[in-house]
Write a protein of this length. Structure first.
Length: 170
């Protein structure tokens, strides 16, 4: 089973996607309430549960001091799955990320130096600077404080219908 569960904040805002096993653990520990379930059941010798699809934290969690963790998916979320050079919106499998200042010229792998790019644009820019390639990002890369999760989660994970009421507010 590769099902995932949508984790909502205490205010019903999408926080992240978790493995179904982690969602079951959170339910068992009493940290979350189950708002929607999949048809599949989870069985043990003593108990049978429906697999959680959407869970909500019971208490508000403090904001992480670190901010948003750098990852490929978080760069795609920040850039709304849109190539920053040609402005085409694509599926995750058709995207790469590009160093604005190439690694060969000292560019680092940080939110402020990485943008989402489609494969053709990334190949065309290569290891040249934006000035050399004549290609500039539509939006300057930045360190996000939070990410828009609703519609982007649906795109990234192929959101099941059980998630839809909780993502519709975007």
């Amino acid at each position: 089973m590769s099902k995932r569960a949508l984790l909502l904040s205490a205010w019903y805002l999408p926080v992240r996607v978790v493995k179904w096993q982690d969602a079951v653990k959170l339910v068992y520990l009493g940290n979350v309430d189950v708002l929607a379930e999949y048809a599949e059941e989870i069985r043990s010798p003593s108990v049978t549960w429906k697999m959680p699809a959407v869970v909500r934290q019971r208490r508000a969690m403090p904001a992480r001091a670190v901010g948003v963790r750098f990852s490929r998916t978080n760069v795609y979320l920040r850039d709304d799955y849109t190539c920053q050079y040609c402005s085409r919106k694509l599926a995750e499998k058709d995207l790469t990320f590009d160093h604005v200042v190439p690694r060969s010229r000292g560019g680092r792998k940080t939110f402020t130096n990485i943008v989402t790019a489609c494969r053709p644009c990334n190949a065309r820019k290569g290891s040249r600077t934006c000035d050399q390639a004549g290609m500039f990002p539509v939006r300057e890369p930045y360190q996000p404080k939070a990410l828009p999760l609703g519609a982007s989660l649906a795109l990234a994970y192929g959101a099941p219908e059980e998630w839809q009421p909780y993502l519709a507010s975007d």
